[in-house]
Ligand binder design. Structure first.
Ligand SMILES: Nc1ncnc2c1ncn2[C@@H]1O[C@H](COP(=O)(O)OP(=O)(O)OP(=O)(O)O)[C@@H](O)[C@H]1O
Length: 233
């Protein structure tokens, strides 16, 4: 099977700090991938580089067999780790904003997700709690029919009920044509539904592999394996 994402030798410096160094990995379509690592390990920087917000200093990135360029954004749906929308907007305004920006935006799906996630489209974003803002962002992200979904800490600081709804939304968004990358340090919260993992440590990829192999070859949960790999890094 062809790779949907190919990253070879990716390096990136920010403000003279080497944030990513020689990162290489390949991902097939139809996978949920955990981009895991402690605070400051480079997860957000890697997602922003895949989203073409940051330019790599070195390395090659290809998405769906095309070298990464500004045009790649047409098939990448990105959920940032904070609300990047305007506080004065209503949810409905945000839906219209996304619909105008992205030709793959599915308004019917947005409406279904608003119902499922119990989002009131008339509500102003500035008045929503953190958990409700996360629901709005996940609704917008998965209302697009993208090939690659990049989610930055989608479960950080939210209650278990909201977390379950967000996880269900992520899993119903998975098709054979797309891949979902979830950046998080909350390994336990995501490990049950990951197909692959990437472990980042001080900007280097110190482990990549399939979740099934970790369980069968090493006889460990992903969290146990994560702790062991980082203790020895
Ligand atoms: N704009 C910036 N200016 C200076 N340093 C930066 C900037 N952005 C990131 N860094 C540094 O790069 C490193 C990696 O940051 P990054 O946000 O990618 O890590 P992360 O794994 O996503 O962390 P977290 O889990 O805390 O969100 C950190 O040491 C951070 O301080």
């Amino acid at each position: 099977m062809n790779n949907l994402v190919s990253v070879v030798g990716l390096s990136k410096k920010i403000a003279k700090k080497q944030v990513l160094l020689g990162v290489s990995f390949q991902l097939e379509a139809g996978r949920v991938v955990g981009l895991l690592g402690p605070n400051g390990s480079g997860k957000t920087t890697l997602l922003k580089t895949l989203m073409h917000i940051y330019q790599a200093d070195a390395g090659e990135i290809a998405i769906a067999d095309e070298p990464l360029s500004f045009a790649s954004k047409r098939f990448i749906s990105y959920m940032p780790d904070h609300n990047a929308l305007f506080e004065w907007m209503s949810v409905q305004d945000a839906i219209h904003y996304y619909r105008d920006l992205f030709s793959d935006f599915d308004s019917e799906r947005a409406s279904e997700l608003c119902s499922f996630l119990e989002i009131d489209p008339q509500e102003k974003l500035g008045r929503l709690s953190k958990g409700m803002k996360e629901r709005v962002l996940i609704m917008l992200t998965f209302s697009r029919k993208a090939r690659l979904y990049l989610l930055d800490e989608p479960l950080g600081g939210i209650d278990p009920l909201t977390r379950n709804k967000i996880i269900k939304t992520i899993l119903t968004g998975l098709t054979e044509e797309c891949t979902i990358i979830i950046a998080t340090h909350l390994v336990k919260d995501v490990e049950a539904f990951l197909d692959e993992v990437l472990f980042l440590h001080h900007g280097k990829l110190i482990f990549s592999g399939s979740a099934d192999n970790i369980r069968s070859e090493h006889g460990k949960s992903i969290e146990e394996w994560y702790l062991e790999v980082y203790q020895n890094a």
